[in-house]
Design a protein around this ligand. Structure first.
Ligand SMILES: NC(=O)c1ccc[n+]([C@@H]2O[C@H](COP(=O)([O-])OP(=O)(O)OC[C@H]3O[C@@H](n4cnc5c(N)ncnc54)[C@H](O)[C@@H]3O)[C@@H](O)[C@H]2O)c1
Length: 326
């Protein structure tokens, strides 16, 4: 890890960006971190956290600083495209929080720009850095559940209600990115239904159905109008099933040897007890940032690179079109 070569700027230190700041302090020296935020209140909070971090209000102070070679953009989604275009044009490796942009044509442009400029472009699909998701991926590849058949995800809570985006754009990028990662494919069909109760034209709940090649199916149910927090993902194969519940304190990941097999032409149920699956402890945000720095240091391709971001965005757009057709 040559982290001493990394000179990082974080643009946007609001609710989520502040987590990036705290995490970066665990990896880099504060003198090597610059925070850019247009709000005095956000900058004051960072100053309280660490006096040695450089603080700037104007993006041009990041763009014109030749030392800065890595940028994390954690501003609201509608600003991502403009800011990322500027940071890439200024020769900075760029990490953009999810969703990378609001339009796939904009994400395509950023991807092309990063290729032309030979810079890293990465998106903040943090769950691909969660050790439990890495474990599921590894075990699916090891055929622990046999033939992959069905994945579903419930991401439900009461709030945080957003007015600039609906629940699909707020929550589902995470689930889509995980399903893309586990299947290793793009869906052949995307269908979505939603319902609006609270704000005009902003869906509070959506159900998205994804059909993948090789008879693999998935659905994603997201809502911010739900009595309690639930983050449950189930991955079903023909010889077993994984259940991942990140909101649990213990036994977050379980394997169930359950299913049906054909015996003498008739289906017979097998219904074994679950076993708890251990996974390496780890902090996803720290792993994600380190992955970005490693990609810069070692010239490697990030798992959540610009192409991955674009694939996820195209699925979001198709799902969004589906919502409007109902
Ligand atoms: N990966 C995750 O799990 C995760 C979780 C939450 C939010 N996010 C993403 O993080 C991003 C930020 O969300 P948030 O909830 O922190 O938003 P927020 O509104 O709390 O914070 C945004 C910050 O950016 C600053 N800002 C806005 N425009 C700016 C500009 N042009 N230049 C400099 N600073 C500017 C604001 O002053 C504010 O401090 C969003 O894209 C969101 O989707 C990701």
């Amino acid at each position: 890890m040559n982290n001493e070569k990394i000179k990082l700027a974080i643009i946007g230190a609001g609710r989520w960006g502040f987590n990036h700041v705290r995490t970066a302090l665990g990896i880099l020296a504060p003198e090597n971190i610059t925070i850019c935020d247009s709000s005095d209140a956000s900058l004051a909070r960072v100053k309280e956290l660490n006096e040695k971090i450089n603080l700037v209000k104007d993006l041009s102070d990041v763009l014109g600083n030749q030392e800065i070679n890595a940028v994390i953009i954690a501003t609201p989604a509608e600003t991502h495209y403009d800011i990322a275009k500027k940071t890439l044009n200024a020769g900075k490796n760029t990490f953009v929080e999810k969703p990378i942009t609001l339009k796939s044509s904009d994400a395509e442009e950023l991807l092309q720009l990063s290729i032309e400029k030979e810079l890293k472009l990465m998106v903040g699909h943090i769950l691909l850095y969660h050790p439990a998701i890495l474990k599921i991926k590894q075990e699916v590849e090891n055929k622990k559940i046999g033939k992959l058949q069905y994945i579903y995800s419930n991401r439900l809570n009461l709030g945080a209600l957003r007015s600039e985006e609906n629940i699909l754009w707020s929550f589902a990028p995470h689930d889509i990115s995980i399903i893309q990662y586990i299947t290793g494919a793009n869906p052949v069909d995307v269908k979505s239904h939603g319902a609006t109760f609270l704000q005009h034209d902003i869906e509070d709940t959506t159900l998205t159905y994804l059909t993948y090649p090789d008879n693999v199916h998935a659905h994603i149910y997201v809502s911010w109008l739900h009595p309690f927090k639930e983050q449950r993902m189930i991955v079903i194969g023909d010889v077993g099933m994984f259940v991942f519940e990140d909101t649990l304190k213990t036994e977050k990941l379980k394997f169930y040897p359950k299913g049906f097999k054909k015996v003498n032409g008739a289906f017979e149920k097998f219904d074994g007890d679950y076993e708890v699956v251990d996974f390496e402890p780890g902090q996803p945000l720290m792993s994600e940032q380190q992955h970005f720095f490693d990609a810069i240091n070692n010239n490697t391709k990030p798992v959540t690179d610009g192409q991955h971001a674009l694939d996820v965005l195209r699925i979001l757009e198709k799902a969004q079109e589906g919502l409007k057709q109902v």
